[in-house]
Design a protein around this ligand. Structure first.
Ligand code: ADP
Ligand code: MG
Length: 697
């Protein structure tokens, strides 16, 4: 791979020693390429230098002033040292205080003039500034200009990082990779890579910053969409298997309820796809509880009526079993043979299932990714359904379809993915949106509380259980961790100390699946009052009698995930509640839109309040995407998309459209990106998706 000089370690950068290298690696910066690609999260406009006579209280500004006296160091108490001095210009004087920075005493000399940057407090008659950034009047690296603000880690200061980036940029001068083809740069009026990198870090003014940002956002989105288009399986011109559309009224008659209009619409759309001569490629997107299972069942039934097999893949064992239970309950009475295949089955059980699948003795197989194992073969696989596809790896997705002869594909998602992101992840899928809830659903009452409410919350649990309801208690993780409640420990406390008289069960991801299932089934069958769980109950789990869900450390979760969790209750006729315990620690990494401000309020409370204000999964998803960016959207990159450094899918829609058009045009000209002029782009795609570019064609 070329551009070797960009791949050198940061140790070779001026001013970066062993200690700083370690700290920077914590931030994900290992190479020169990482360093120059480590973009500021915000900027401070320090271009305006004001005189002391025109200060405004509360404003952050630069002041040019002379140190009127020698700084005085006073030791107030252990852990509190103050350095104070007075600075003056011809219009007035400014009281300056440094907290716990004793070295400042010797850094500022009486009679010298400095630029101080900081927030003005005190009063207009006696203005003050605390802990300002300062430097000698003539140096102007940290004041008198727009200053980048980087995300930091303890031990690494803005100054250190800024200096490292400066040296890094100087070092790689003309070797910055310009991955965009020339004609695209011209057509979309973008600036050159060199200009963009320079000005994203050290813009002379806001206009230059905007030009740089636009180029880098375009580039990031362009590389992503080009990659997704390139990697997607090609489905053009394949002939599908045209199945016969049955009379669905016969099917609907099986249910104690009338399907919703949205369910019927989705079934009609899917059945028309399956009857056409092109393979179906459809996404069924509907909020939790909208009744997607019924739609899947209808498609499987249609496939069976045409004497073919269906496969249904779910992301976890628990979900696979639950789908198996509900689908076999629905379809076996109609004469279908439904099977289950999961990793935890005995070798003998698996072998038998393989055999029956091969012979066509199973009409619908439900399973985990055990279904893509090499040993699995079908007699005649005509329909593949994947639940929550974004939780499977990009390469796992097509492996099941390859077991059939261009089978129809149905993807179901309860994660209401904003349309922009859906387009990127799912490409050119047709979409059916299930935007209607089965009747009789009540709005789930959501409350955001802190520790002071704990006793009341426990009383509330007791009251509901007394009325015969069941309760979920969700904890973020299994590992011991002193800041966050370990689920096991918490379970012990709840079951032995707080509710010794109630039936409490525990389920978490690290349990053997037999125990997991036993606990889940106990809860589902009403044999447990409280289920303490990690997020394994996140999607799909369906217990109508559960009317309360408590989420501990709710700040730990993304909004969409909270919404999924909340969807575990309110599935029956009982009034339901969701209580979010807030710890006040904002641990979620945010993609902050660039601003001139530095004092942003903690968005943590605002985030949780979104949950209170709406039950609409799409709205929540948009908000989540806006606050966190797609990298975190599904948690731990389960969607297989690389992390975005600068683009924001929610706010950069316009650029995304342009990037999509550009990618389409380019791939029309050069479908495999084999032309030498697209070499750099191909390499960049390889790096992002960790694929060797030479192997891609
Ligand atoms: P999803 O998978 O979309 O989250 P499910 O398919 O699990 O939702 O359905 C949620 C619940 O609603 C199930 O208990 C199901 O039996 C019930 N249900 C589905 N469709 C209807 C309907 N049209 N009317 C009433 N209840 C329904
Ligand atoms: Mg479901």
């Amino acid at each position: 791979m070329s551009n070797d000089s960009l791949d050198i370690g940061i140790r070779y950068i001026k001013g970066v020693g062993e200690t700083r290298e370690k700290l920077m690696i914590k931030l994900g910066i290992r190479t020169l390429r990482d360093l120059v690609g480590y973009f500021p999260r915000a900027y401070e406009d320090r271009t305006v230098i004001k005189d002391i006579g025109s200060l405004i209280i509360g404003e952050s500004v630069c002041v040019r002033a002379m140190a009127a006296d020698t700084p005085r160091l006073s030791h107030i108490r252990k852990g509190l040292d103050l350095v104070k001095l007075r600075a003056v210009d011809e219009h007035g004087s400014l009281e300056i205080t440094f907290y716990n920075q004793p070295f400042v005493k010797d850094a500022i000399k009486k009679g010298d003039t400095y630029i101080f940057y900081g927030k003005i407090s005190g009063s207009l008659l006696r203005p003050e500034m605390s802990n300002p950034v300062f430097e000698k009047e003539l140096s102007l690296t940290h004041t008198g200009r727009i200053i980048p603000i980087y995300p930091l880690t303890a031990g690494l200061s803005q100054k250190m990082l800024m200096n490292a980036v400066r040296s890094g940029l100087d070092k790689c001068a003309d070797e910055l990779p310009d991955v965009l083809p020339d004609n695209i740069v011209r057509q979309y009026e973008l600036c050159r890579a060199r200009y963009a990198y320079e000005n994203i870090h050290f813009p002379a003014d806001m206009k230059e910053l905007d030009i740089a940002r636009r180029r880098l956002i375009f580039e990031e989105l362009f590389v992503l969409v080009t990659a997704m288009k390139l990697l997607r399986e090609k489905r053009v011109d394949k002939t599908g298997r045209s199945l016969t559309i049955p009379d669905f009224d016969e099917f609907y008659a099986m249910f104690p309820f009338e399907p919703t209009g949205a369910q019927k619409r989705a079934i009609t759309e899917a059945s028309q796809d399956m009857a056409s001569s092109r393979p179906m490629n459809r996404l069924i997107q509907g909020d939790v509880g909208s009744g997607k299972t019924l739609i899947a069942a209808a498609c499987c039934w249609m496939t069976w009526r045409s004497d073919s097999q269906s496969a249904f893949m779910a992301p976890t064992e628990i979900l696979a079993r639950q789908h198996y239970n509900s689908l076999s309950g629905l379809l076996e009475p109609l004469g279908m043979r439904v099977g289950l295949l999961t990793g935890s089955m005995t070798a003998k059980g698996k072998r038998e299932t393989y055999e029956r699948l091969n012979l066509g003795e199973i009409d619908l197989i439900i399973g985990t990714h055990a279904l893509i194992s090499e040993s699995v073969g079908f007699k005649d696989l005509a329909l593949v359904i994947t639940d929550e596809q974004h939780r499977f790896g990009v390469n796992q997705r097509s492996m099941l379809t390859e077991k059939g002869d261009s089978p129809h594909v149905l993807v179901m998602s309860a994660t209401p993915i904003p349309r922009t992101l859906a387009l990127i992840i799912y490409g050119d899928l047709d979409v059916s949106i299930v935007d209607e809830m089965p009747p009789g659903r009540q709005k789930i009452q959501t409350h955001v509380v802190d520790e002071n409410y704990r006793k009341r919350v426990y009383d509330f649990i007791r009251k509901l259980v007394g009325e015969g309801r069941q309760v979920y208690v969700i904890c973020p993780m299994v590992e011991e961790d002193d800041t966050f409640k370990s689920v096991k420990e918490y379970y012990e406390t709840l079951s032995t100390k707080i509710f010794p008289d109630l039936r409490v069960e525990l389920v978490h991801g690290k349990m053997p699946s037999k125990k997991k299932d036993a606990a889940m089934s106990a809860f589902a069958d009403g044999e447990a009052d409280i289920l303490v769980a990690t997020t394994v109950v996140e999607v799909g789990v369906d217990v109508h009698n559960a009317a309360l869900i408590i989420i501990e450390n709710a700040d730990r979760f993304g909004l969409s995930q909270l919404h999924q969790l909340r969807g575990r209750v309110g599935r029956g006729e009982h009034e339901s509640h969701c209580i979010l315990f807030q710890t006040g620690v904002d641990v979620v990494k945010r993609t902050v839109p660039l601003t001139h401000k530095t004092d942003e309020p903690s968005p943590c409370l605002a985030r949780l309040n979104v949950m209170k204000s709406t039950n609409d999964g799409f709205k929540i998803a948009e908000e989540d995407l806006r606050l966190r960016g797609p990298g975190d959207f599904f948690g731990s990159r389960q969607h297989g998309l690389p992390e975005m450094h600068i683009a924001n899918f929610a706010t950069d829609m316009l650029v995304l459209n342009q990037a999509q058009n550009a990618a389409e045009n380019l791939l029309r000209e050069d479908p495999e990106l084999s032309s030498p002029k697209n070499r750099k782009l191909l390499e960049q795609i390889g790096r992002l998706f960790e694929i060797n570019a030479d192997k891609m064609n």
